[in-house]
Design a binder for this molecule. Structure first.
Ligand code: ADP
Ligand code: TRP
Length: 354
C-alpha cells in the first residue's frame, strides 16, 4: 500500500454527469482503480460548487447524484476511496494556510476565473478589462473571493493527499500547473522536500476534450449542450438527431467543418474504428448522409450510457448504502489528510504551547 502511487480526482457537485465528465474524467478513474500500482481517491467537490452560490437543497441533491453516478459507472468503494470534499475538514484549514503563499495576481490571470468572473458580471466579450470591472463594480453583481481562490482549494485537495497523478480533462490543466507551482513554492520557501508535484494522467494519449452537440468546442453543463449518463433513450436519440451539422461536402476530400468534426470526435470515443472509418470515407467521397451518421452515433452512445442509467436508478433509493460508502470514504480520506495538515502546521510554525 505504502509504495503505491496516489491518484486523486474530483468533480464539482453542480449537476448530473455528462459524456464530457465520463470521457474526460470518470472513464480514467475506472481504469486506474483496477490497476494495482495505484491507491485511488475520488471525491465530490461540494465546497468548490459553493463558489457559484447554488441553492442549498439543490447542492445537497447534486452531491448525492454524483456519488450515485460514480458508483453506477463502476467506482468500487472496496477498491477506491470515495468521499465528499467537505467531509474532510482538514482541507478547509489547509486552504487558509496555503493561501498565504498564493498571489492574487496569478489567481486573477487564471482562465477559469476570468471566465466565471465575466459570467458573474454579465460581461460577454473577451476583450473587456475585467480587473477594472471587478474592483470598480458598484452594482449587486460581484465576484466572490471563493471564486478567486478556487485554484488554492483545488491544490489543497491534491496536496493534502500528496497525490502524484490527477486524472482530469484538458480544461483543468491550468489548475494543475498552478498546483505544481504552489507545491514548488512551499517546498522552496520552507527548504523542505515535502509536496510531490502532481501530473495529469491519460494512459499515454492526449487529454480528451469532448465536444458539444451544438457545434461548440466543449460539452459542458453551463453550455446546455450535454448528453447526460442519466438521459432516457428517447431523449438521448433526440439530442443526437438534432446535433448541428452543415450542408454536406460538395467536392471530394473537402475539409470538415467544426460541427461535423465534433460528431466524428464523439464517434471516435464511442464507436468502433471500422464504423468511424466508414463514415469518414463516406464524407471524403461525398456519399455521407448525416442522418445515418447520427443514428449510428446515438446507438453507440446508448451502449455506453444505458447500462449506467439502469444502475443509477437502482442505486438512487439506497440511501443506507450511499451513507455507508461515504462514511467509510471520509474516514479513509481523513487519515492521510490529518497527517499532512499536522506536518504543514508544524513546517509553517503554527505549533502548540500545551
Ligand atoms: P462542466 O464543465 O460540465 O461544469 P466540470 O468542470 O465539473 O464539468 O468537470 C469535471 C471533470 O470532467 C473535469 O475533470 C473536467 O476536465 C472533465 N470534463 C468536463 N467537461 C469535459 C469535456 N467536454 N471534455 C473532457 N473533459 C471534460
Ligand atoms: N476543478 C475541478 C473541476 O472543475 C474539480 C476539482 C476540485 C478537482 N478539486 C480537484 C479535480 C482536485 C481534481 C483534483 O472539474
Amino acid at each position: 500500500m505504502d509504495n503505491k502511487e496516489i491518484v486523486l480526482s474530483g468533480i464539482r457537485a453542480t449537476g448530473n454527469l455528462h459524456l464530457g465528465n465520463y470521457y474526460g474524467a470518470l472513464s480514467k478513474f475506472l481504469r486506474m482503480q483496477d490497476d494495482e500500482k495505484y491507491d485511488n481517491l475520488f471525491f465530490i467537490a461540494d465546497l468548490h460548487a459553493l463558489t457559484t452560490n447554488p441553492d442549498p437543497d439543490q447542492l445537497h441533491a447534486n452531491v448525492k447524484n454524483i456519488v450515485t453516478e460514480y458508483l453506477a459507472a463502476g467506482l468500487d468503494p472496496e477498491k477506491s476511496t470515495i468521499f465528499v470534499q467537505s467531509d474532510v475538514p482538514e482541507v478547509s484549514e489547509m486552504y487558509l494556510l496555503l493561501n498565504m503563499h498564493v498571489g492574487i495576481g496569478e489567481l486573477m490571470r487564471t482562465a477559469s476565473f476570468k471566465d466565471k468572473a465575466r459570467k458573474a458580471l454579465g460581461i460577454k466579450s473577451d476583450s473587456e478589462d475585467i480587473e477594472h470591472e471587478i474592483i470598480g463594480n458598484e452594482t449587486n453583481k460581484r465576484v466572490n473571493a471563493g471564486l478567486l481562490t478556487y485554484p488554492t482549494l483545488m491544490a489543497v485537495d491534491i496536496l493534502i493527499q500528496k497525490a502524484h497523478k490527477v486524472p482530469v480533462g484538458k480544461d483543468q490543466e491550468q489548475h494543475l500547473e498552478l498546483t505544481r507551482r504552489f507545491a514548488r513554492r512551499f517546498n522552496s520557501f520552507y527548504g523542505v522536500d515535502y509536496f510531490p508535484e502532481p501530473v495529469n494522467f491519460d494512459f499515454g494519449g492526449k487529454p480528451v476534450k469532448v465536444p458539444g452537440l451544438d457545434g461548440s468546442g466543449k460539452m459542458g453543463k453551463s453550455e446546455g449542450n450535454c448528453i447526460y449518463l442519466i438521459d432516457e433513450e428517447k431523449v438521448l436519440r433526440k439530442k443526437v438527431m438534432r446535433a448541428m451539422t452543415d450542408e454536406g461536402p460538395k467536392e471530394m476530400n473537402s475539409p470538415v467543418s467544426l460541427p461535423v468534426q465534433n460528431l466524428f470526435s464523439l464517434m471516435e470515443l464511442t464507436s468502433s474504428h471500422e464504423v468511424l472509418q466508414q463514415f469518414k470515407d463516406a464524407y471524403a467521397d461525398c456519399s455521407i448522409r448525416y442522418g445515418d451518421l447520427k443514428k449510428q452515433l446515438a446507438e453507440d452512445i446508448l451502449k455506453v450510457t444505458l447500462p449506467i442509467r439502469e444502475r443509477i436508478i437502482e442505486l438512487q433509493n439506497d440511501d443506507a448504502y450511499i451513507a455507508r460508502v461515504l462514511r467509510q470514504g471520509a474516514e479513509r480520506a481523513r487519515e492521510r489528510a490529518s497527517v499532512t495538515l499536522r506536518e504543514v502546521r508544524d513546517i509553517m510554525g503554527i505549533r502548540k504551547f500545551y
